[in-house]
Design a protein around this ligand. Structure first.
Ligand SMILES: Cc1cc2nc3c(=O)[nH]c(=O)nc-3n(C[C@H](O)[C@H](O)[C@H](O)COP(=O)(O)OP(=O)(O)OC[C@H]3O[C@@H](n4cnc5c(N)ncnc54)[C@H](O)[C@@H]3O)c2cc1C
Length: 276
């Protein structure tokens, strides 16, 4: 059995390696983010890298061209992955989007969903997470009990998911829920595309920062007014307190986030707009 490259793969490997050597940080060198798993810097680096891949036509190598991919073979995709793995970069943040949600949407989604979701995945605009596992259903996914019921024009989902990697950075999620309890346990399950989660995460994160900051200040007492080297613990709690108000504004103020949750997630009437 021959595992070597054919002529096309060998040429593709050379050109991938040349581009990576010019563009990617080296392993263990400055800017290496290959070992990261979470944190804002890691997420920002992953998004930037995915954008570079897209712009240089290395993203979605085996995806059809009409969805923003390169229309090449899976073998060429593997060649690129292999070469890329030698560098200080990571695309793990996009595994659920590009590896799972994207192909499912291509196969089963509507044209509207394909237009809305596929290219932004390849460009690194959107991080997706996977909400499959539950306390009583991991290896045996047919055991899921989260249920989805029609509610107005949407669905009401009730249940408990866990182990949701990158949920804190995700813009969208794929979720399995039981929609027909009368079917055998391997059937009656529906695959949902989920999202307005970031607004909720933003709101909760801002509130969390504020309350933990207030608590830290109450423990620090007058020491809470000190900064940098004068403060114990190099002033990290003081920094935390000063940062908390920014988070209520950055990425959209709390008021805007509440509007998004109210209007898009809960389907409440639109707030009157001055320009309408
Ligand atoms: C780091 C990490 C990240 C994860 N990220 C996600 C995520 O993003 N989204 C998501 O939905 N889930 C995620 N998961 C969950 C993961 O899919 C489940 O942990 C996995 O499917 C195992 O399920 P469980 O934890 O319920 O264990 P169980 O299924 O309860 O298994 C426990 C033990 O029983 C054994 N066992 C179970 N059934 C059988 C059987 N029939 N025959 C033989 N042995 C059996 C298993 O091998 C295992 O040793 C993540 C898990 C980890 C560890």
């Amino acid at each position: 059995m021959e595992f070597g490259d054919n002529a096309e793969e060998a040429a593709f490997r050379r050109s991938a390696r040349t581009w990576l050597e010019l563009t990617a940080p080296s392993r263990r060198g400055p800017g290496d983010f290959s070992e990261g798993t979470t944190g804002r810097q890691f997420v920002a680096a992953c998004r930037q890298w995915q954008r570079k891949l897209y712009e240089a036509h290395w993203a979605g190598i085996a995806w059809p061209r009409k969805y923003g991919g390169q229309g090449r073979t899976l073998a060429l995709d593997l060649v690129f992955q292999e070469e890329q793995s030698r560098f200080g970069v990571s695309t793990a943040l996009f595994n659920v989007a590009i590896g799972m949600a994207g192909p499912t949407i291509m196969e089963h989604g509507t044209d509207g969903q394909r237009t809305e979701y596929l290219r932004p995945m390849l460009r690194g605009d959107h991080v997706w997470c996977q909400l499959f596992s539950e306390p009583g259903a991991g290896s045996d996914l047919a055991g899921i009990t989260t249920r989805a019921e029609r509610s107005g024009r949407g669905w009401r989902i009730t249940g408990h998911k866990l182990w949701t990697s990158h949920a804190n950075h995700a813009d969208f999620g794929i979720l399995l829920a039981r929609t027909d309890a009368n079917r055998p346990r391997h059937a009656g399950i529906t695959y949902f595309l989920l999202g307005p989660l970031p607004s909720l995460v933003n709101l909760l994160f801002a509130a969390h920062l504020r309350s933990t900051g207030d608590f830290a200040l109450s423990l620090l007492g007058p020491g809470g007014m000190l900064a940098d080297g004068d403060a114990g613990g190099s002033g990290s709690w003081q920094q935390h307190v000063l940062t908390a108000p920014c988070v209520r504004i950055a990425s959209g103020t709390d008021e805007i986030q509440r509007n998004i949750v109210g209007e898009r997630a809960l389907g409440l009437p639109r707030e009157p707009r001055a320009n309408v």
